[in-house]
Design a protein around this ligand. Structure first.
Ligand code: ATP
Length: 694
């Protein structure tokens, strides 16, 4: 076991000379980072030739300066590796597959590394380019997360550092070269146990080996992670984004990386993790943010039907049904001359374009092909028209009129409006893909007066997006991280799939936490609809958030909501963390929680928010508001917004009402019962669901 198993306060048996040396290294690294920042600040964008280039260069320099900021409360390094041999050696030997394809600048500087390296949040070097701290994402840092006595990966000793505020106050050694077992790390446990305040924080210092495997999987690999509540899926997804951006900086700067989460409260909760890791250029959004903020309420049965992947073929037919069989040709007049394209020629062109192009480029191509035929006629007459003439003919009135009549200009809204309001048109588009009853389900009960006044729902947003893509190709990003993916409909998955068509994805979720009527039952199906069939499904099994006692309690719901999943495991026993109270007062429970350290979430049925807020009138509190930057220790959280969030102390009010509020209410209850880090208090006046009865 470690030579120096230490608490974060300076322990009496600490070898002070070793600690002093490490503190000196921290001071030296901080000074070097300051110098790197000063150097970046001194660089001028004036060297760039024109004004636009100057602005671009200046923005790059500003980003570089921002990335080099030293946050005094955040440890600059958290680990050290003493590698076999001790002499300077090359990190090339330790490179991994992904990093071989493309290397960041800082990696080039790692070619000749000292035998002892410090692993931290960013790369720091002194004036002679000696590496003082190495980025956790560099290939050589991998051993910090993966090395074990069974496979030391060339590491003799791993040292973990403990910090108090910004000061280095402890360390703990793990000898790796001597074989045998190493016990649990106290510093690691303390980091995991640290009370939560405010938004989610990064886990770079304590990423576990199985999590690290996912974080460092190569850019081309789509990974799908099934994991029980609190196993670190979200954390892993965010760290993978940071890892990929570091390893493939140039490529991903061009194509982009995006995080898609379940709601704005969740986005606000995770928003500071990537910036803390120096990654400020990642879009974080919700499905609604991506597909359109349409939120007209809708019967879940109808929404489920609209979310079915069979709609894709129906939409495709609906769009192409708008093409009218050409019955006439075109006559183009130039001076005294008339040039004709016959009706059968127009039919041939249309037939050859159909199915070989998206709708809008097809329209443009039809105009150009007609113009080209006119040009051929001109040439046959002895003229020598050039490309400009072809463009002019393509834009001419007779050609435009014919194109509009045969291949009409459309918007996605027009097509969907027609589909949802015209039974005959729907029947034609649906063919045998949808039964008459299913078609009936889709049709608006009360059609809108026109497509412009139609009010769209969240499920419609995915249909409109599908149509938009049939008209014009959607641009693909380099990598997409999709959180809480179990809740997405097949059509939503297709929409996200388009956005990583030429890239890859990290898909995160838990089949047991599916709360929508269209929640998936299998990850293979999710990958299929995402268009990433080759994706690898993997599982995280150890929970970091929820104490065992609480997790075991919540897991009683599993046989009813996800019978195929194994019971989740928790890292932390958390004895005494669970209280179940019949007839207890919410003000009293919240008051008790306020006497302890950390954040408090009072999770209530959505309909009870106001009532509970009144009951807590005597205590400073707020209702969870994703758009407010204000921080409150005591928050009332509507049950439907709790997904992905966590609080030190959770009070769950009236489980029976949470279950009764929606068709997958039991799964919702499982979600809310698994938000607690330290304690869970369940208050009920009504009977608990039978699965939970103690
Ligand atoms: N290796 C780790 N070291 C320290 N903390 C960790 C580690 N992995 C996860 N955590 C912490 O555990 C908590 C749960 O992580 P996270 O929210 O990523 O889990 P999740 O699997 O997405 O949960 P849920 O399914 O409930 O949304 C977070 O506070 C996270 O920081």
């Amino acid at each position: 076991m470690p030579a120096h198993q230490l608490a974060p306060d300076i322990p009496p048996d600490l070898p002070t000379d070793v600690l002093a040396a490490e503190q000196a290294h921290l001071a030296e690294s901080r000074a070097a980072l300051k110098a790197m920042r000063a150097h970046a600040q001194s660089l001028s964008a004036d060297a760039a030739g024109d004004w636009v280039s100057q602005q671009i260069l200046q923005s790059l320099l500003d980003q570089r300066v921002a990335a080099l900021a030293d946050h005094p409360d955040t440890p600059l390094f958290f680990g050290r590796l003493d590698r076999a041999g001790g002499e300077r050696r090359s990190s090339r030997r330790e490179s991994d597959e992904g990093a071989d394809e493309e290397r960041s600048d800082s990696d080039h500087e790692h070619d000749d590394l000292p035998g002892t390296i410090y692993v931290g949040r960013r790369h720091v070097h002194d004036g002679t380019s000696r590496a003082l701290v190495i980025d956790w994402r560099a290939p050589v840092s991998r051993a910090f997360y993966q090395a074990s006595p069974g496979d030391p990966m060339g590491v003799v000793r791993r040292r973990r550092f403990g910090y108090h505020g910004g000061a280095l106050t402890a360390f703990e050694d793990e000898p790796l070269a001597e074989g045998g077992e190493i016990g649990p790390s106290k510093i690691l446990t303390e980091e995991i146990e640290r009370p939560r305040t405010g938004p989610m924080r990064d886990i770079v210092a304590t990423i576990q080996p199985d999590q690290d495997e996912i974080v460092r999987s190569t850019l081309g690999q789509t990974v799908c992670v099934q994991g029980a509540p609190g196993t670190g899926k979200t954390a892993v997804g965010l760290h993978r984004a940071a890892y990929l951006l570091f390893t493939h900086r140039e490529r991903l700067a061009r194509s982009g990386v995006m995080i898609v989460g379940p709601n704005r409260a969740f986005l606000s909760y995770i928003s500071s993790v990537l910036p803390a890791l120096g990654e400020i250029k990642v879009d974080q959004t919700t499905v609604a943010g991506l597909l359109g903020e349409h939120a007209t309420p809708e019967d879940p049965m109808v929404a489920a039907m609209k979310g079915d992947a069979r709609m894709a073929a129906v939409l495709e037919r609906a769009l192409w049904l708008h093409i009218v069989k050409p019955e006439e040709g075109v006559v183009y007049t130039q001076g005294a001359h008339r040039f004709r394209v016959a009706d059968y020629e127009v039919r041939e062109i249309v037939a050859s374009l159909r199915g070989t192009t998206r709708y809008n480029p097809g329209r443009a191509a039809l105009a150009q092909r007609l113009a080209h035929m006119v040009l051929v006629r001109m040439e046959q007459r002895g003229d020598s028209p050039d490309d400009r003439v072809q463009d002019a003919v393509a834009r001419s009135k007779p050609v435009k009129q014919l194109v509009d009549a045969v291949w009409p200009k459309l918007t996605p809204e027009q097509v969907l409006y027609r589909l949802l309001s015209d039974p005959e048109f729907l029947a034609k588009a649906a063919k045998s893909d949808l039964s008459p009853e299913e078609q009936e389900t889709l049709l608006w009960r009360k059609p809108y007066r026109g497509w412009k006044s139609a009010k769209w729902t969240a499920a419609d947003a995915a249909l409109l997006d599908e149509l938009r893509d049939l008209m014009e190709r959607t641009q693909s990003l380099g990598h997409l991280v999709v959180d809480e993916a179990q809740d997405l409909s097949e059509m939503q998955l297709r929409a996200l799939g388009r956005r990583c068509r030429n890239g890859s994805a990290t898909v995160l979720g838990d089949l047991a936490q599916g709360t929508t009527p269209w929640s998936t039952r299998s990850w293979e199906s999710v990958l299929k609809h995402l268009g990433q069939d080759e994706g690898e499904v993997t599982e995280l099994t150890l929970g970091f958030r929820v104490p065992r006692e609480v997790l075991d309690f919540a897991a009683r719901l599993l046989p009813s909501i996800a019978p195929d999943l194994a019971a989740p495991q928790s890292l932390r026993p958390g004895l005494g963390s669970l209280t179940v109270r019949g007839g207890g007062s919410v003000a009293e429970a919240a008051g008790e929680a306020l006497t302890k350290e950390g954040s408090i979430g009072v999770i209530v049925p959505d309909a009870a928010v106001e009532e509970v807020s009144k009951a807590l009138a005597g205590l400073p509190h707020a209702v969870l508001d994703p758009d407010s930057a204000e921080e409150h220790r005591l928050l009332i959280v509507p049950a439907t917004l709790a997904k992905g969030l966590e609080y030190d102390h959770v009070v769950v009010v009236e489980p029976a009402d949470i279950v009764a509020a929606e068709p997958r209410g039991l799964a919702r209850l499982y979600v809310v019962l698994t938000r607690a880090v330290t304690s869970l208090t369940v208050l009920h006046d009504k009977a608990l669901p039978p699965q939970l009865a103690l």
